[in-house]
Design a protein. Sequence first.
Length: 227
Amino acid sequence: MSKPLTDALTAIYERLADHYGSTDWWPGDTPFEIAVGAVLTQNTNWSNVERAIANLKRAKLLGPRKILACQDGILEDALRPSGYFRVKARRLRSFCRFLEDRYRGSMRRMAKQPLDALRAELLEVDGIGPETADDILLYACEKPVFVVDAYTRRILSRHGLCTPDIAYEPLRALFENHLESDFVMFKEYHGLLVYTGKDFCRRTPKCENCPLERFLKGNQPLLDTKR
């Protein structure tokens, strides 16, 4: 563990929390709805996911057995706003089949599994990669795993805490190895990074008024981790 890195990550969290307050990220009324959102948010923005989930609710399809029993055309039409709707329908069915076969459709029963074992199981499900699996583990199952995304990589690399090409697992480990293992804080931290990425740290950054403006100087990363 590197104390300078721990101090930097902690300072970023505190500055963003002071700026935004509580994010209450991730949106969702139930663990299953959160898991559905994690599958649907791949390659789209959250507003499109919200529209697709609203369609599922209107059609009374927001349950694993209902999704598995639904005709392809009906499910695909409901998911259309999220983009790649045929692919996402297949992936959502794969997750629901996994949930039914392994845990009798119960997110609560699934969440009782140890973190490492459950993560390995999720990564075997068609269409679930590391980020989606960790979204489900952190937000739906309340496991202390840190979710990283493009915003995370962009913000940390621009502030000299990692290389721009750092891969998913080393970046996840950077957080988990240098911060207290606290799923509540991990949720908030990820939410704060999402808000900051959307508001300020875009591909063309808007540094003026960013809570992290002038946080660190220079371009040399503290952690020189390659892909």
